[in-house]
Design a protein around this ligand. Structure first.
Ligand SMILES: C[S@@+](CC[C@H](N)C(=O)[O-])C[C@H]1O[C@@H](n2cnc3c(N)ncnc32)[C@H](O)[C@@H]1O
Length: 240
């Protein structure tokens, strides 16, 4: 099953946002960091591409924050894109939806240099390094000169020992937030096992931060920076 198939699975996605609150409580903060940065640099972002938009969590924040924004929400899974459409109903006059694999951006015939910013949240870690460079190159083609790409995503620690400790801290946090009653998070061992199985099923392959930054540079971006990093989550900004 591919990462896209997993997000077409109604059983998985109907609990998706609630699960994200338990498993990734920094998601809102990470999106806000990207949008704060974008707001400060550009008078008003006009055209934004959201890669792997999922249920529209980031797109909703964008639409609420920038009254003139036009958003292209792209995701490979039609069922999760439908959830985004209903979440974003009142903004839908400013949103275009595209159901496509983001590894095939080139085939979508999006106009070159037609976006002021590209945002992506918890999506690009599904790609291997070669795929990721290709997607980043395509994003550069789509960005105006000086346009910004924000990737709020998972990273792994380059030290296996540190990674083990970080995973333990992650599980402790999940157990606190999940409370009683969720069998997936009954105890530490169950939680580690559930997360491991989920990450295998979804083909997660996060990179360490240095390797990740190198891919953005390889794709031709300049001013590649980590705006925020905590344990295994980072917000990277790169300029075309
Ligand atoms: C973990 S969710 C993140 C959703 C949303 N951006 C968020 O922050 O909540 C990952 C999303 O990326 C999409 N995705 C994964 N691989 C993809 C690919 N190759 N092409 C297009 N979408 C993909 C999935 O369908 C899913 O909706």
């Amino acid at each position: 099953m591919s990462s896209i198939d997993r997000y077409d699975d109604i059983g998985r996605i109907e609990k998706y946002d609630a699960d994200m609150d338990v498993m990734h409580p920094n998601r809102g903060k990470m999106a806000d960091i990207a949008l704060d940065f974008l707001a400060g640099l550009n008078a008003a972002p006009i055209r934004v591409l959201d890669l792997g938009c999922g249920t529209g969590f980031v797109a909703e924040r964008l639409a609420q924050r920038f009254s003139g924004v036009n958003i292209t929400c792209l995701d490979g899974a039609q069922n999760i894109l439908d959830l985004a459409k209903s979440r974003l109903e009142k903004h839908n006059n400013r949103i275009v939806y595209k159901c496509s694999d983001f590894r095939e951006l080139a085939g979508l015939e999006l106009e070159p240099a037609s976006f002021d910013a590209v945002v992506s949240s918890y999506a690009l870690h599904h790609l291997n390094a070669a795929e990721k460079v290709d997607v980043l190159r395509e994003c550069r083609e789509l960005l105006v000169p000086g346009g910004l790409l924000f990737n709020a995503d998972l990273v792994k620690n380059e030290s296996p020992e540190f990674e083990t400790r970080i995973q333990d801290l992650r599980v402790e946090g999940i157990l606190e937030r999940a409370g009683a009653g969720d069998e997936r998070f009954a105890n530490k061992a169950e939680t580690h096992a559930y997360l491991g199985e989920m990450e295998r099923a979804e083909g997660d392959q996060p990179l360490d931060v240095e390797a990740d930054l190198a891919l953005f540079r390889e794709a031709g971006f300049s001013h590649v920076s980590v705006l925020w990093l905590e344990y295994r989550e980072a917000v990277i900004c790169a300029q075309n």
